[in-house]
Design a protein around this ligand. Structure first.
Ligand SMILES: Nc1ncnc2c1ncn2[C@@H]1O[C@H](COP(=O)(O)OP(=O)(O)O)[C@@H](O)[C@H]1O
Ligand SMILES: [Mg+2]
Length: 327
């Protein structure tokens, strides 16, 4: 595999006003993404893993330009040029969105139930500079339905005629139609039965091989991430805790959160790990200058409440944000 970067995320930050609305008090913020940095190489599949609410979807939406970042950079490498998605004008962003496609969790909600599959597939394509004309586009759509395990005749059916797994295939077919080079898959198998999950993952494996796709694969399931991806980034409360090649991570976890996540998640199930009770009498630590994982860490030391552990290289290809790592 080459190691040419396709996407470089640098110190990405996003916070939301927790109480939306006109009378929302100022300064009540939820930090969704807090200084995330990683690189996706060309042809690679990178997993973003973590429990619900840790900022995975926000990271994907920031990359797609669907949400405005508060800070950081998202560099897209295109041949000789490298451009920050945050600085793109509308036209460039639209062109980028033809090359990077976002597929999200719930196929039932991402597909308009009133449209037929042909219109679902072609509606975005029609406004693109790549639009080849109706007949050619329909021929492409039939081919892509077959490639994703559906029938060409499915063009005339509507989403409710399909099972959950088949709907996810339609969403994948729609994403592939403009021949993107990057897919952002956000919990694409989470809503499906375990047996169907395997079928969709196999489909994605085939597509990845045949189409030389790069992927950011978002999941709360560390086991699926290790099985499906080349490298894994483990997120907790908007920060990366550990990053490693999937094979190495599966053998050895250096961050206590990675271990907790691995132990607590059964395939296809959300983590049930809960925080230990706070220590009596201890003042709450400042989240800006303490470890994000402090309250749940079984190995927390005094230093972890005073200082935020930076994400530092720890052996080949691995980065860990923990003062206790490597001891
Ligand atoms: N539009 C929004 N407005 C307010 N808070 C948001 C918004 N989107 C996400 N959040 C908050 O940001 C945090 C991260 O959310 P999200 O990125 O959806 O996490 P994940 O995809 O890992 O479950 C959560 O606390 C969530 O409630
Ligand atoms: Mg999400």
């Amino acid at each position: 595999m080459t190691t040419a970067p396709l996407l470089e995320i640098r110190d990405l930050r996003k916070r939301f006003n927790a109480e939306a609305g006109f009378f929302a008090p100022l300064g009540n913020f939820v930090t969704a993404v807090n200084g995330v940095s990683f690189t996706l190489n060309r042809g690679e599949t990178y997993a973003l893993v973590g429990e619900s609410g840790c900022g995975k979807t926000t990271t994907a939406r920031l990359i797609m330009g669907m949400e405005r970042a508060d800070g950081g950079a998202i560099i897209f490498h295109d041949g000789e040029t490298a451009r920050d998605i945050r600085a793109m004008d509308r036209r460039s962003l639209r062109a980028f969105r033809e090359r990077a496609k976002y597929i999200f969790q719930d196929p039932a909600r991402s597909l308009n139930p009133r449209l037929r599959v042909r219109d679902i597939l072609l509606s975005g394509y029609r406004w693109s500079a790549k639009w080849p004309g109706r007949e050619a586009a329909l021929a492409e759509a039939r081919g892509i339905l077959e490639e994703t395990g559906l029938q060409p005749g499915d063009l005339d059916r509507r989403p409710q005629d399909f099972s959950g797994g088949q709907r996810q295939r339609i969403a994948i077919a729609r994403a592939l139609l403009m021949q993107p080079e990057l897919l952002l898959c956000d919990e694409v198998v989470s809503a499906l039965d375990v047996s169907i999950q395997g079928q969709i993952l196999n489909l994605l494996l085939d597509l990845r091989k045949n189409r030389a796709l790069s992927m950011i694969f978002i999941t709360h399931d560390l086991k699926i991430a290790c099985f499906f991806c080349d490298r894994v980034g483990v997120m907790y409360r908007g920060e990366l805790m550990e990053e490693a090649p999937a094979r190495d991570l599966h053998e050895r976890f250096l961050h206590p959160y990675t271990k907790l996540l691995f132990d607590s998640v059964k395939p296809g199930e959300q983590s049930r790990a809960s925080a230990p009770p706070p220590r009596a009498g201890a003042p709450p630590p400042d989240p800006a200058s303490s470890c994000a994982f402090l309250a749940r860490c079984p190995n927390a030391a005094e230093r972890c409440a005073r200082e935020k552990p930076p994400l530092l290289p720890q052996g080949e290809g691995r980065r860990v944000a923990c003062f206790g790592a490597g001891n």
